[in-house]
Design a protein around this ligand. Structure first.
Ligand code: NAD
Ligand code: WQD
Length: 341
């Protein structure tokens, strides 16, 4: 069986960690990314960890001709599709860019796959597709697409539906929709981590910037939620555990659509995340209580049982591991920037 895999968005946060796992498991990995939200230096970091630098295409999924050329060059066995825009707030301001990039890009990708006989795809979906549910513990059988808070979330929902339709039209297609909860942490080497271009909006990248002084204080969005300490609770999953979930999925792809939650099953509050970071760093993290953020739900987490039973995958790392690895990544970045001065 061919072990050639195309990873779209492979220089990004989750993609780069998954590429490391793939190379370590003996897959031949090629990356396609337009570097909109990642840096070319990630390729050297991957090489430092694995001893192999993956072939890289600086390309945009919206560019059909280039996609066709890439699929002509190599006969891939499968595609792992991370590439997309993911800033929730920005998606409200620029919905058409999100629809064009995420949905348009994915349609082009599926078309290129079909044209070149590549029929296996793992897609980065999100817990966001569940919208508002009666229970905060999300199970794969719940209805999706209702009361989604933003265009970003709708792109994930629509792409899931497009991939389901693709399978209906061609029963040989093998599709996995992986619904990630809240990925955090970094590679234990400190060489890879989350380093978004521009202003971050997820909790951990902001915590990181407060810790190194690039942002003065963390705004905690509300402490009057109906949770034990009043702050929102989420299912934070270490990015290396998440990357390993893709490996398990690759071994279990079969014709049709498979849907899995990738989460820990254990929520933590914003205050607990702050405490864990302070414990790992040994320093107070400046923060203050701000108003609630529009669209935030009080709490939700994954029911990860299906992945455990069917894929034999479950998380192994804790939020303390994630904080330790995040600090290692921050320290490495600091040393790098000092050595460049
Ligand atoms: P990321 O921004 O670090 O990685 C995405 C990569 O895709 C970036 O390197 C970017 O340059 C690239 N890209 C974007 N549009 C492209 C295009 N048109 N053509 C080629 N490359 C393009 O994000 P991430 O956190 O690694 O997320 C990866 C995937 O997982 C995304 O699809 C995201 O929506 C999804 N996801 C992320 C989270 C999260 O909280 N990080 C949660 C659930 C789902
Ligand atoms: C986590 C918690 C905030 C920033 C989003 C997307 C979701 C998925 C993951 C991709 C919340 C609180 C945050 C800050 C804070 N992404 N917070 N101060 O909102 O759970 O999910 O990212 O699919 O689709 O919606 O993640 O990291 O933004 O927030 O207090 O400055 O941290 O209120 O409770 P969220 P997040």
């Amino acid at each position: 069986m061919s072990r050639k895999i195309l990873v779209t968005g492979g220089t990004g946060y989750i993609g780069s960690h998954t590429v490391v796992e793939l190379i370590n498991a003996g897959y031949e990995v090629e990356i396609l990314d337009n570097l909109f939200n990642s840096k070319i230096t990630v390729l050297n970091r991957i090489a430092q960890i694995t001893g192999k630098k993956p072939k890289f295409y600086e390309a945009d999924l919206r560019d059909k001709a280039t996609l066709d050329k890439i699929f002509n060059d190599t006969q891939y066995d499968s595609v792992i599709h991370f590439a997309g825009l993911k800033a929730v707030g920005e998606s409200v301001e620029k919905p058409l860019e999100y629809y064009e990039n995420n949905i348009g890009g994915t349609v082009n990708l599926i078309e290129a796959m079909r044209a070149h006989g590549v029929k296996k795809i793992i897609f980065s979906s999100s817990a966001t597709v569940y919208g508002v549910q009666e229970s905060p513990e999300y199970v794969e059988t719940m209805t999706t697409g209702g009361q989604l808070a933003n265009p970003y979330g709708r792109t994930k929902y629509f792409i899931e539906e497009i991939l389901k339709d693709t399978c209906t039209a061609d029963p040989e297609f093998q599709v996995a929709l992986l619904r990630y909860f809240n990925p955090i942490g970094a590679h234990p080497s400190g060489l890879l981590g989350e380093d978004p271009n521009g202003i971050p909006n997820n909790l951990m990248p902001i915590v990181m910037r407060v810790s190194d002084g690039r942002i003065e204080k963390l705004a905690v969005y509300g402490d009057d939620y109906p949770t034990a300490d009043g702050t929102c609770r989420r299912d934070y999953i270490h990015v290396v555990d998440l990357a390993k979930g893709h490996m398990a999925m690759l071994d279990h792809l079969k014709p049709g659509v498979a849907i899995f939650n990738l989460g820990t099953g254990q929520p933590n509050s914003v205050k607990e995340i702050i405490s864990a970071f302070e414990k790992a760093s040994g320093k107070a993290l400046p923060h203050y209580i701000a108003d609630r953020r529009a669209g935030d739900l009080p709490e939700f987490w994954a029911n990860p049982t299906k992945a455990k039973v069917e894929l034999g995958w479950q998380t192994e790392l804790t939020i303390d591991d994630a904080m330790r690895d995040t600090l290692k990544f921050l320290e490495h970045e600091k040393q790098q920037s000092l050595s460049q001065k």
